[in-house]
Write a protein that binds this ligand. Structure first.
Ligand code: ZN
Length: 176
């Protein structure tokens, strides 16, 4: 996995330098040159998991879309396009992933179709809806100097709570 803990202070300095730069120098756009408009780049990640519940690290796929967008300063939205899945930021550690799955099953929403009103419709996935609500369905990650500006241990994950079928996540990059 990628560890960028040593870069954190430099990144703080970079932000301060940008502020100082704009205070001391006339910005290029004020001179009518070198000013680029806001860019937008949209991509869909597809999943069809072997297991019904699964946690997948998508950080590199998101970083690849940021690189393709050409955005240097901006934001990337990563959002599950389903009501039984999640996108979240956390640690790339397999013990933690097992803990999350166990927590969802034992504490948040056990996969017990009989206990939920939603499943009276003939569905069996009420637990997956509740897990999506609990973990959340989207994240926004800052982009600084053309890279994902994540904390030292932060990674972006897709959480599948009712898989074994085609599902997707939208990645939308916005910025300059
Ligand atoms: Zn449902």
């Amino acid at each position: 996995m990628r560890s960028i803990s040593g870069l954190a202070p430099e990144r703080d300095c970079l932000v301060r330098d940008l502020h100082r730069h704009s205070a001391l120098h006339t910005p290029h756009y004020a001179l009518g040159e070198g000013r680029e408009g806001m860019k937008s780049h949209t991509h869909y990640l597809w999943f069809n998991t072997k297991s019904r519940q699964e946690i997948i690290d998508v950080t590199e796929q998101v970083a690849q879309q940021v690189a393709e967008s050409g955005v240097k300063e901006g934001l990337v939205l990563v959002s599950a396009m389903h009501i039984t899945a999640s996108v979240f930021v956390n640690d790339h550690e397999s013990g933690l992933w097992a803990d999350i799955l166990k927590w969802l099953e034992t504490t948040v929403a056990p996969w017990d179709p009989k206990r939920y009103r939603h499943n009276e419709t003939g569905e069996d996935n009420a637990a997956a809806h509740l897990r999506s609500l609990t973990i959340g369905h989207e994240v926004i990650v800052p982009i600084t100097a053309g890279k994902l500006d994540l904390g030292p241990w932060q990674r972006v994950f897709y959480g599948e709570w009712d898989g074994q079928r085609k599902k997707r996540v939208i990645v939308k990059v916005l910025g300059e």
